[in-house]
Design a protein. Sequence first.
Length: 207
Amino acid sequence: MTEPTQTKEQAILAAAEQEFLSKGFDGARTTSIASAAGVTHAMLHYYFRTKEQLFERILDEKLCLMGESVLAAFGQPNLPLQERLRDAIGSHFDFIARNPDLPRFIVNEVFSRPDRYETMRARIREIADTLMRDMQRELDALAARGEAEPLDVRMLMLDIISLNVFPFIAYPLIEPILGNFSNDRARFFELRKAENVEVITRRLKKI
């Protein structure tokens, strides 16, 4: 009895994710989601009473997955900070590569529906607060021992987000610059990931 219920719910979530990411909250239609999921409109509302509830479930899951991927990379205290940082940058980049429409979607939602900003902000802060507090402590300790330059973790986080997110949001604009390189999209992102890791980790260079 449990398996069909989970299958239908997951089908609805998968269809809703595609609908929201491609059309935004306002453009998404629950009738379209139900049709894509292979369920009736009534069945969709049985699992998720409102479009808002369904949207928040999708957003929560995506932000949690992103947080888990980054926190897992940092959660290896036996490794030096620089190695954990490399893993975390790569994990964040890989998450975006698996969800390339998510950054543009979040930006669009924030600008089109400012009231939704606080919801997103609260979820992101839950992920960021603990991570940044612990990282700042480690960065300060490295600087105090003369093993790294002093560094504000907030600026480091902005570097990671900016460098990792930009290629996915701006790919249609930067594609003409790439020339023949753009024919191999996967190769471009593979090299971009390696470049981002190197650029950011250089900020922890030893004196």
